[in-house]
Design a protein around this ligand. Structure first.
Ligand code: ZN
Length: 434
């Protein structure tokens, strides 16, 4: 039985959805032109006026917006409302330069909550569920976002936030957690600690759903997680600039539904700026259709994905984007070859002897790039049978070479020797940048 939070909108026929999007696009373009000197200048410089936007296809006439724009106008230079209209701020940590500040009106928080209410319902959550939110609360949007969405659909929230893993497991058992939201790497860590304490998720807890995201993870990793813990693991997507976590896969786990009445998605060729044919990988561009405080027009998130507008088996008519394998920023260029950490993960997770933790180390020695991959192996594999170890190293190196087209040095390390994290994991050390 498929449940919907808002069946009327979620199953709206595609042509009606398009009409709705067109109207909302025209409205938001007029709105930002009136309320944001930033956008007015940007549109004027590009020679485009709100009246030029008559159909959805006209969106391509509009200039892109970049994360750098948010940094350049720090803290609130792109906002369309005065500060007294805001009910909340979130701030994303800037690894480089200034952080970005996101402001929300009451209606923005409401729309965000609605988006997640639909998403959480689409993976079968509702009244009677207990969602353990192990994303960080605070300036980071993960915790509060899921929190509001789950309360909206009548689930109880256990706001554990990140960290204190033993306590997380204790509360999970005592309060009957049925679902957990955290990064995939934290879930793996939780699973390790659970094993040490001989807690079996299947037998000793009610846990059946994981809402995992905030870092890229592969289909192969999903299989690992589902097979080893018995839960169903769903991908969640969003970013603080768009409000926070917003969308998940539905029960069919075949792409993430983007609510078309709230957001307009494009997938474009980064070099030409033109849309790529449906089914091909390109760069994700999103326009917010209902945000008041900080609308974003043709925002380049920096993720690559594939668009799918085919109807979904779940009956929802809203478009889907396929699993995000990495941000454009995460891409490594090693000896001229593009490498996404997600590709490495996909290869490794297909090799049964390999554990879930790995680290990519890129360096430059004698003007030549080198890439080493340290991989944790299971205790049974990490033995003193040197020959077995060497043959496994060779097997992994050759699997990586066939996919990446790059020679990689593989080093097997003992289980538990790579760092664990409660938040986003760091899988790459690029010594060329240090
Ligand atoms: Zn679906």
């Amino acid at each position: 039985m498929i449940e919907y939070w808002n069946p009327q909108v979620e199953r709206l026929p595609a042509d009606e959805l398009r009409v709705m999007q067109e109207q909302k696009l025209k409205n938001i373009i007029k709105y930002v032109y009136q309320h944001s000197p930033f956008y007015r200048t940007k549109f004027d410089n590009a020679g485009v006026k709100p009246e030029d936007i008559k159909t959805l296809d006209d969106v391509t006439k509009l200039p892109f917006t970049y994360k750098q724009d948010l940094r350049d106008t720090y803290p609130t230079g792109m906002f369309c409302v005065p500060n007294e209209s805001l009910v909340r701020f979130h701030v994303s940590s800037g690894t480089t330069g200034k952080p970005t500040v996101v402001g929300y009106t009451a209606n923005d928080v409401n729309e965000w909550t609605k988006s997640l209410a639909r998403a959480l319902t689409s993976i079968g959550l509702g009244r009677g569920d207990v969602l353990q939110v192990s994303y960080g609360y605070g300036l980071f949007t993960g915790g509060l976002g899921l929190h509001y969405g789950a309360e909206e659909i009548g689930s109880s929230v256990l706001p554990t936030s990140a960290g204190n893993t033993e306590r997380q497991l204790e509360l999970m058992q005592d309060l009957g957690t049925t679902s957990i939201a955290c990064t995939p790497s934290y879930f793996l860590f939780l699973n390790e600690v659970a094993k040490k304490e001989t807690i079996n998720f299947q037998k000793d807890t009610n846990l059946r759903v994981g809402i995992l995201g905030a870092e890229p993870w592969s289909e192969e990793m999903r299989k690992r997680i589902e097979d080893s813990t018995g839960i169903k693991a769903y991908d969640v997507f969003g970013t603080s600039e768009l409000s926070g976590p917003l969308f998940t896969e539905c029960l069919y786990q075949d792409g993430i539904h983007i609510w078309a009445d709230q957001f307009l998605v494009e997938v474009i060729d980064t070099d030409t700026g033109e849309p790529v044919p449906e089914g091909e990988r390109g760069e994700l561009v999103i326009t917010t259709l209902s945000k008041e405080a900080l609308p974003l027009i043709r925002y380049k998130i920096g993720d690559t994905t594939v668009l799918n507008t085919e109807p979904c088996q779940c009956g929802r008519t809203h478009p889907r984007i396929m699993r995000i394998l990495g941000r454009v920023d995460d891409m490594l260029v090693v000896r001229g070859i593009n490498v996404f950490p997600g590709q490495v993960e996909s290869v490794l997770m297909n090799i049964p002897e390999v554990g879930e933790h790995f680290m990519i180390i890129v360096d430059r020695v004698n003007e030549m790039d080198s890439m080493n991959v340290q991989i944790e192996v299971t205790d049974e594999v990490f033995s003193d049978k040197i020959n077995d170890m060497i043959s496994l190293e060779k097997k992994v190196a050759s699997a990586l070479k066939s996919v990446l087209n790059l020679s990689v040095k593989v080093e097997l390390v003992e289980h538990g020797s790579l760092p664990r994290t409660v938040g986003k994991s760091k899988k790459v050390i690029d010594k060329r940048k240090l």
